[in-house]
Write a protein that binds this ligand. Structure first.
Ligand SMILES: Cc1cc2nc3c(=O)[nH]c(=O)nc-3n(C[C@H](O)[C@H](O)[C@H](O)COP(=O)(O)OP(=O)(O)OC[C@H]3O[C@@H](n4cnc5c(N)ncnc54)[C@H](O)[C@@H]3O)c2cc1C
Length: 298
């Protein structure tokens, strides 16, 4: 079947685009690898209409239902390769044994994958007591002791940013990242404690972090933590395969009005684009891309 549009990524931007395209009654397939940021974040608290927060998994579940009611098809698959054809685009999927999907238009809403080495036990805490984004959740740490668990300059920058909300900060450089004397003196200057040794285990109750135990047995109590390891993966590989322009750090460049990339009929939306990495913005991007995809199909 030739779809009007394939959306790669069923996170926030992809789902919002799917809902919008469904309301034009276009034939749309969403290919989703079912991971990504919205699958990790258990509470978004800066979103209009959800003063007590909303779970990313719940948003994804209800968003998918809403799109399915509009006739959108979903498949849990990872798109691996993309090709341009006379009619539009052809996609092959991982472990797909030759299965391909074709569409007149392609929207990439593949997001960013945060590098979090280990710490599986912190999953239920993500967005509740353990965070990654100061713009989203710095507010949750205001006035409280807060750990930064990370590596190198990413952790230093996170600690310095969090000074806006709290002065009680401890940077645990869990993974050696080669920070030097100048970074250490900046931390000291701002009263940020620095510990250069790995976390042996975290102390977690339900969705709350209570603290960590370091390799030397020292226990540090804290009810808030930020992870900052750097090296996040911008999932723009399919755009690169198709020859679309990407920025130095891998984000897909799009037209600000239409969200179309430098390749005709190829769109991108959400965190994978040059973007503020926020839920509301990803949603807006998805909607905007869908409107312009619709116009291009007329
Ligand atoms: C812990 C945490 C807390 C956060 N807190 C906040 C907050 O409080 N407020 C806020 O505004 N934002 C917050 N964010 C950021 C927010 O989650 C993102 O901005 C938002 O999820 C971006 O949506 P997206 O659709 O671009 O990407 P995602 O939600 O990451 O969705 C991308 C989707 O694409 C899929 N995908 C990727 N590659 C492929 C492929 N090749 N084939 C098929 N599928 C693929 C993934 O599986 C995923 O489902 C937080 C993020 C995290 C991790």
């Amino acid at each position: 079947m030739l779809y009007d549009c394939i959306i790669v990524g069923g996170g926030i931007a992809g789902l919002q685009a799917a809902i919008q395209l469904g309301r034009y009654e276009h034939k749309v397939l969403v290919l989703d690898a079912a991971d990504g940021r919205s699958a990790i974040c258990r509470s978004y608290r800066n979103v209009l209409g959800w003063p007590k927060g909303v779970d990313g998994q719940e948003l994804r579940r209800t968003g998918r239902l809403q799109a399915e009611r509009l006739g959108i098809q979903f498949m849990e698959m990872e798109a691996e390769r993309a090709y341009q054809t006379e009619k539009g685009f052809l996609l092959s999927v991982k472990n797909g044994e030759g299965v391909t999907f074709s569409a007149k238009r392609l929207l990439l809403a593949t997001g960013v994958k945060d590098r979090i080495p280990g710490f599986e036990e912190l999953r239920p805490c993500m967005g509740k007591s353990v965070f990654i984004c100061p713009d989203c959740d710095g507010y949750e740490a205001r006035g409280e002791r807060t750990l930064i668990i990370g590596s190198g300059k990413a952790g230093v920058n996170m600690a310095l940013t969090l000074l806006y909300w709290t002065r009680d900060l401890i940077y645990i450089e869990h993974e050696p990242g080669g920070i030097g004397a100048s970074e250490l003196s900046r931390l000291e200057e701002h009263g940020i404690s620095y510990i250069g040794q790995p976390v042996s285990r975290t102390i977690v109750e339900d969705t709350s972090i209570k603290g960590v135990v370091l390799m030397d047995g020292q226990q540090i109590e804290s009810r808030k933590a930020f992870l900052a390891f750097g090296g996040n993966e911008v999932r723009s590989g399919l755009a690169v395969q198709l020859g679309a322009a990407v920025s130095e750090n891998g984000h897909i460049e799009v037209d600000p009005r239409s969200k179309q990339t430098s390749v005709p009929y190829l769109w991108a939306a959400g965190d994978v684009t040059v973007h503020s990495e926020q839920l509301a913005i990803a949603m807006g991007d998805g909607s905007q891309a869908a409107i312009w995809i619709h116009k291009s199909l007329l």
